[in-house]
Every structure is written in structure tokens, then in C-alpha cells.
Design a protein around this ligand. Structure first.
Ligand code: NDP
Length: 494
């Protein structure tokens, strides 16, 4: 466990390294960081084996969602990031004598607190974006996946970064709290709502800005004209890949009552046909068993129907489970994040009802709508609160599409990572406002002393700014010129 003095030292050395790193042009930083993608591809087998061993996910998922997603993210960031970080001139039509430059400056030291379910791609995406933006990083992986967290050091080894620019600190939640007390300049937290609240509380005491990527009970809506084969495969994969241990997995299935039996029958058949050894992966965090057991016990007490699963098929794998029945809307399996291969089914009559049911529960990272009628699906999709809504697809982007921002609404969090929006959020904007060459060297008309002529100038200025029509604006501009001249003549000392 890291002691407080070790943590203090980590921040001190990271701050020194950051000052050096921030002075390197962004394009050069990108060239250095891009070397990591090559390292990952050269060491793909080793990376995948480490993930499979410690996390227990299937090799194909380690390859797709961790390795390949991370390589794509690094490449995209390094290719497109520097342009987004470049200082920009902002035109100031009302102050032509001034030049405003908008700069994107790094926060300083960014603290990344990461979960165990995507133990490489989540922290790695945050670390690379923070570094590209010119920050130093302190990274706390989950105590459940420390070796995978430590891989990030190996991945960065060939990038030629200043020593101590990335500080890896292993430990549990208490270490997380101490790291916050060490006063990072920004926190990127990914984890549960309960822990997120504690992080925000500790951050508020300083205060430190936070980006919260939390969990959710994401829903799939199946309209009556959906392609049932496509939608049922999507429901099973969307709720059960990575063993269902996915922040954006489908937890709630809202299906039109007219197709309910036909649809749920297909979902159950497909869920039953999954092979635990090849398709599901194991429960990574032993504490998840308590959640599954509680949700199942609650479902049974309520008399809900467990259409398949409902028990462990191996000591560390929950069988794919589908639950439905009268009153499911009050059950834990429907209202709370299970984070396992479990799906709660509810039916609706009208599209409006599906939207209402979706919105009843706060939060959402993703949502999906299935229909052969894209206009109808789009109309429903536009009314759903979520960070990403997919039509005829599920969990379509995850963290895997680096171009798109990622994040939730309500209790699923706030702030965005990934995409240009996520990169820019790792900087704070600073405006540097300077006189243009030959800029007017007189005192400004709105400075003291206040008098009637000055009021005329300001009133004409307000008309100029606020006028809708060109004619009015031209008249206001002429008034402004005349009254400014009068002001200058009256107060030659201006
Ligand atoms: P937790 O909230 O338990 O933990 C997340 C991280 O916070 C871990 O590194 C954990 O350390 C650390 N931590 C725990 N307590 C504290 C504390 N008091 N102060 C600071 N840090 C602390 O989440 P899980 O790791 O169990 O991950 C699952 C959750 O994450 C689910 O709710 C899931 O939906 C969400 N998630 C959200 C994602 C998104 O993009 N929105 C993506 C992936 C997951 P340790 O593990 O060592 O206890």
C-alpha cells in the first residue's frame, strides 16, 4: 500500500516532469506517443494473455475491446489530436484593434482511477489523451487487475517520455482517496455511482474538476416491426458479452407486447446456447456474486419468472439469465445495474410508453431501438436520454470508436472522454488578448469618467451589437462613430 509520503513524492516528481513535457510541441508529443501502438501490436500475444489471465475475459474480447480498441485510439489521437490542441485566433469584429488567441493548456497532473472490467482500454485511453494534451498522469488501476494496469508502463516504455511523467500507484479505494487528497488538477473517474459520489465529495473539498464515467441500466427497445432474429442476437450479445460486466450492457429489454412471446423465446433459446467456456468469461470481481445473488433472490421473492439461467453454471460463471413477469419494474434486476449476464424483460403497448419506461430510471450511457422503420426508430431514439443511442445495433461504439465522445447522462455520469471533445476536456482554455500592431493607444471610451456623451457611445454600441437588420446596424455604426468622436473631443485626455 502506498503511504502518504510516497504519494506526495509521486505528485512532486510528476509536476516537474509535466513542466518539461508541456514545453514539447503537441505534434512532437504525438509522434512519441504513437510508438506505443507499434509496441502493442508487436506484443499482442503477451498483452492478451495478461488480460485473459487476470481479468478472465475471452481472448477474442481481449483482442477486440482491449488491444485493438487501444491501438485505434492511440493512432487516432496522435493523428488528429495536435490540430485540436493548436492555438486559434478568434475574430473580434467589435474590437478590431485587439487580437484574441485561444490556447489549450494542460491541467497539470491528471488522476485516472480505473475499473477492472476493461482494465486496459479504459485507463490507457485516458492516460494517452491526458499525455497528448500535455499533462502528467497518476494512474490507479483497480486492485483486482493490478498487473494489467502495470502493462501501461511497458506500453509507454519506448515512447521516450520524461521520467516520472506517468506514476502508477497500486491499491484499493483508500489509496484512491489518498490520491485525491494529493491534489491532482483533474480527476478522470470510471466506476460505480456509489464510489463516484465518494470521489466527488473528496474532490469538492479542494475543489478538483472531475469527469465521471459511471454505470447504468441501459435499455434496448424493440418495436413491433423489428427484425426479430437481428434484435434477439443483439439483445443476447449486448447483455452478455464480457460476461455482462459492461457499463453499457443491455440491462433492460423493453419489447412491444405484440411480439413479446416470439421475441423473448428467441432470446432465451440464444442465451441458453451460449457456451460458458468460450462465450462468457468468468466473474472477474468476486464481490459481483453478492449482487447477482441479491437480484436473483429478489426476483424469486417477487414471483418473477426466470426463463433461463438463474444459477451458476461453473463456480465462477453465472448462467445467462432472462427474467420477466408482472411487477418487474419494481425488481432490483430491472432497476439496478446487475453487471452480469442477466436481462430483465418488460413489455409496452405504444412507442410513448417505451419512451416513458426508458426515462423512468435516471441515467443512461447507451440505449438502442430496433425497428425496420428507421424513421419510427429515429423518432423514438431522439426522445431517449443517453450518451449514445443506436438504431438496430447495441453497444455500437463502446470506447472502441476514438472519433466519438463517450459518457453518460444523469446518474451515469457527466463529462466526456474520447473524440475531440474528450481531448479538449483534458485542457483548460486560456485566452491571451493583445493589441494588434498599431492598436489604438488611447484609453477606452467605457473607462472613467462616466458622463452623458459616454452613455451615448455605449447605447450606440448596444444598438450595433443587438440590431437584427443591416440598415439599423449601419445607422448604429454611424451613431457610434459620431458619439465616439464627440467623446474624444470632449475628453482629449482619454
Ligand atoms: P468501483 O466504483 O468499485 O471502483 C472503480 C475504481 O475506484 C477502482 O479503481 C476502485 O479501486 C476505486 N475506488 C474504490 N473506492 C474508492 C474511493 N473511495 N475513492 C477513490 N477510488 C475508489 O467500480 P468497479 O471497479 O467495480 O467497476 C464497475 C463499475 O464501473 C460499474 O458500475 C460500471 O458500470 C462502471 N463502469 C463505467 C464505465 C463508463 O465508461 N461509464 C466503464 C466501465 C465501468 P478498487 O477496485 O481497487 O477497489
Amino acid at each position: 500500500m502506498a503511504h502518504d509520503d510516497v504519494i506526495t513524492l509521486r505528485y512532486q516528481v510528476a509536476r516537474r516532469a509535466q513542466a518539461q513535457w508541456a514545453a514539447v510541441p503537441a505534434a512532437q508529443r504525438a509522434r512519441q506517443l504513437a510508438r506505443a501502438a507499434d509496441w502493442m501490436l508487436d506484443h499482442a500475444d503477451e498483452v492478451i494473455a495478461t488480460i485473459v489471465h487476470e481479468n478472465g475475459k475471452r481472448p477474442v474480447e481481449a483482442l477486440g475491446h482491449e488491444l485493438s480498441a487501444s491501438v485505434a485510439n492511440i493512432r487516432w489521437l496522435c493523428e488528429h489530436g495536435p490540430a485540436a490542441l493548436r492555438p486559434q485566433d478568434v475574430p473580434l469584429p467589435l474590437m478590431p484593434h485587439r487580437r484574441a488567441e485561444l490556447r489549450r493548456e494542460p491541467w497539470g497532473v491528471v488522476l485516472v482511477i480505473a475499473p477492472w472490467n476493461f482494465p486496459l482500454s479504459i485507463p490507457l485511453g485516458h492516460v494517452f489523451a491526458a499525455l497528448l494534451a500535455g499533462n502528467a498522469v497518476i494512474l490507479k488501476p483497480s486492485e483486482i487487475t493490478p498487473t494489467i494496469g502495470a502493462l501501461i508502463d511497458d506500453i509507454l516504455a519506448d515512447c521516450g517520455l520524461p521520467a516520472n511523467l506517468v506514476g502508477l500507484v497500486q491499491g484499493d479505494g483508500k489509496v484512491g482517496q489518498r490520491l485525491i487528497a494529493g491534489r491532482p488538477d483533474k480527476i478522470l473517474f470510471t466506476g460505480s455511482l456509489a464510489t463516484g459520489r465518494k470521489v466527488m465529495e473528496a474532490a469538492a473539498a479542494v475543489p478538483i474538476p472531475v469527469c465521471m464515467e459511471l454505470g447504468g441500466v441501459d435499455a434496448m427497445i424493440v418495436l413491433p416491426d423489428a427484425d426479430l432474429d437481428l434484435a434477439s442476437s443483439a439483445a443476447v450479445w449486448g447483455s452478455m458479452f464480457n460476461g455482462g460486466q459492461v457499463c453499457a450492457s443491455v440491462e433492460r429489454l423493453l419489447v412491444h407486447e405484440s411480439i413479446r412471446e416470439a421475441f423473448v423465446g428467441r432470446v432465451v433459446d440464444k442465451a441458453r446456447s451460449l457456451e460458458p467456456a468460450t462465450d462468457l468469461g468468468r466473474i472477474t470481481a468476486p464481490r459481483q456474486r453478492d449482487v447477482y445473488d441479491r437480484h436473483l433472490a429478489d426476483a424469486r421473492e417477487r414471483g418473477l419468472t426466470i426463463r433461463c439461467g438463474g444459477d451458476y453454471c461453473t463456480p465462477d460463471t453465472l448462467a445467462p439469465t432472462v427474467v420477466e413477469g408482472e411487477g418487474i419494474e419494481d425488481a432490483a434486476v430491472y432497476r439496478e445495474e446487475t453487471f452480469g449476464p442477466m436481462l430483465a424483460v418488460r413489455s409496452f403497448r405504444r412507442d410513448d410508453d417505451a419512451v416513458r419506461m426508458h426515462e423512468e430510471l435516471d441515467g443512461g450511457l447507451t440505449a438502442s431501438v430496433f425497428s425496420r422503420n428507421e424513421a419510427r426508430a429515429a423518432a423514438v431514439a431522439s426522445r431517449l436520454s443517453a450518451g449514445l443511442v443506436s438504431i438496430n445495433d447495441v453497444a455500437a461504439t463502446l470506447h472502441a470508436l476514438p472519433q466519438l465522445p463517450w459518457g453518460g447522462v444523469g446518474s451515469s455520469g457527466f463529462g466526456r472522454s474520447h473524440g475531440i471533445e474528450g481531448l479538449v476536456a483534458l485542457t483548460r482554455s486560456k485566452v491571451v488578448d493583445t493589441p494588434r500592431a498599431g492598436g489604438l493607444g488611447f484609453k477606452r471610451p467605457w473607462w472613467f469618467p462616466y458622463d452623458a456623451t459616454q452613455r451615448e457611445v455605449i447605447a450606440a454600441h448596444a444598438r450595433l451589437v443587438g440590431s437584427g437588420s443591416l440598415r439599423k446596424r449601419a445607422r448604429a455604426a454611424a451613431d457610434l462613430g459620431r458619439s465616439t468622436l464627440r467623446l474624444l473631443l470632449r475628453h482629449p485626455r482619454l
